[in-house]
Design a binder for this molecule. Structure first.
Ligand SMILES: *[C@@H]1O[C@H](CO)[C@@H](O)[C@H](O)[C@H]1NC(C)=O
Ligand SMILES: *[C@@H]1O[C@H](CO)[C@@H](O)[C@H](O)[C@H]1NC(C)=O
Length: 340
């Protein structure tokens, strides 16, 4: 399938070359998703944008957040998607079924999702309503945090949970720009994003890193000693130490050929990063093409595998679970699935 052309995009200075990616990926295992058999679509009804995916402690799901602010649960073939949770501001009549982004700030837009498996609680990073939690039976989500150090979040985005301690790590992509203006945040080089932690025992939020350039998804390592943050505007992945002598410091873990969205750990302790667009170069064309790619990184930041988007015109997240890969997207009307 052709990559989608963003003809309505206001950017004129920008440029990209596929060349950089071709050079970058030439030495790795590379596959095109549409060349693989068994690609399947879990189609949503009226809503779009299943951005992030999570499975509960029984392997149920995936759960996903969609354009009208709801969290849905996949019940399997035949049963399809069912409502699981909503934020407390959700107004059924106005929000339900909406894919209109001007309603987002009123209806909410869940971006990051992660379960704390021991309690069954689902943590939600909602772009407009901050950090939320919903109990194992679903229903109305409770708001846990909307600001840190006196500065309100404007674009809560990624979340992961330390499964041993229950401590929740999350990102606010910007204090100045909201989700629907994300391109402006990238173009303006906004660097007001933050990494935070929320401790459910003390109910306190602590800022861990300030001045990030669009921190997006994050993923804790399988031994809980570090976490990775996808920094979208700089096309990098950062490594932040949670334990050991370097605790509280960070360094660049990987330089990417495109703009990363979410990052997820797989069952082997490696990481999948979803990229939507090649890195802009300072010479060349003036169009912005989406180029969805999934990269599998080792625990040392080496690229192990590259999956080309194929039928997916955009990818926000790659979740590997039980021998299957699940693809999230900010604008597509389905979750993509294929068997490894
Ligand atoms: C894992 O995959 C296998 C084979 O596809 C399936 O039979 C099993 O039900 C799956 N387990 C879960 C927890 O989904
Ligand atoms: C939050 O984002 C909106 C829209 O992008 C902007 O108008 C507002 O000023 C931002 N808030 C702050 C505190 O900068």
């Amino acid at each position: 399938m052709e990559a989608k052309r963003l003809t309505t995009n206001p950017i004129t200075l920008a440029v990209l070359t596929l060349f950089a990616l071709l050079v970058f990926t030439s030495s790795f295992q590379q596959k095109a998703i549409d060349k693989l058999q068994n690609f399947e679509r879990l189609v949503l009804s009226s809503v779009v944008g299943p951005e992030s995916l999570a499975f509960d402690h029984l392997g149920g799901g995936p759960y996903t957040g969609v354009s009208d602010g709801r969290i849905l649960k996949w019940q399997g073939r035949g049963l399809g998607w069912a409502d699981f949770a909503v934020n407390s501001k959700h107004r059924e009549r106005v929000c339900h079924g909406s894919s209109y982004n001007m309603l987002e700030s009123a209806c909410g837009r869940p971006l990051g999702l992660q379960f704390h498996k021991a309690t069954g609680d689902l943590y939600i990073a909602d772009a407009y309503f901050g950090l939320l939690v919903v109990r194992p039976n679903g229903g109305a989500a409770t708001q846990l945090a909307t600001s840190a150090d006196g500065l309100p979040f404007n674009f809560t985005n990624g979340v992961d949970v330390d499964q041993e301690t229950g401590v929740v790590y999350f990102t606010d992509s910007s204090t100045r720009f909201q989700r629907r203006d994300y391109l402006l945040a990238v173009i303006m080089g906004d660097a007001t994003g933050r990494l935070m932690k929320y401790d459910p025992k003390t109910k306190k939020v602590t800022v861990l890193i300030r001045s990030l350039a669009f921190p997006n998804g994050l993923a804790i390592s399988n031994d809980n000693t570090f976490l990775l943050i996808a920094e979208t505007s700089t096309c990098r992945v950062l490594k932040y130490w949670l334990q050991g002598p370097r605790t509280g410091t960070f360094k660049v873990f990987a330089e990417l050929p495109g703009y990363p969205d979410n990052i997820k750990r797989n069952p082997r302790g490696e990481f999948w990063v979803a990229l939507n667009q090649d890195k802009l170069q300072l010479n060349g064309q003036t169009t912005l093409e989406q180029h969805p790619v999934a990269l599998r990184l080792s625990q040392e930041g080496k690229v192990l595998e590259v999956l080309e988007g194929g039928p997916m015109t955009s990818i926000s997240e790659v979740e590997e679970n039980n021998g299957t890969i699940w693809f999230g997207s900010v604008d597509m009307p389905y979750v993509g699935v294929y068997k490894l």
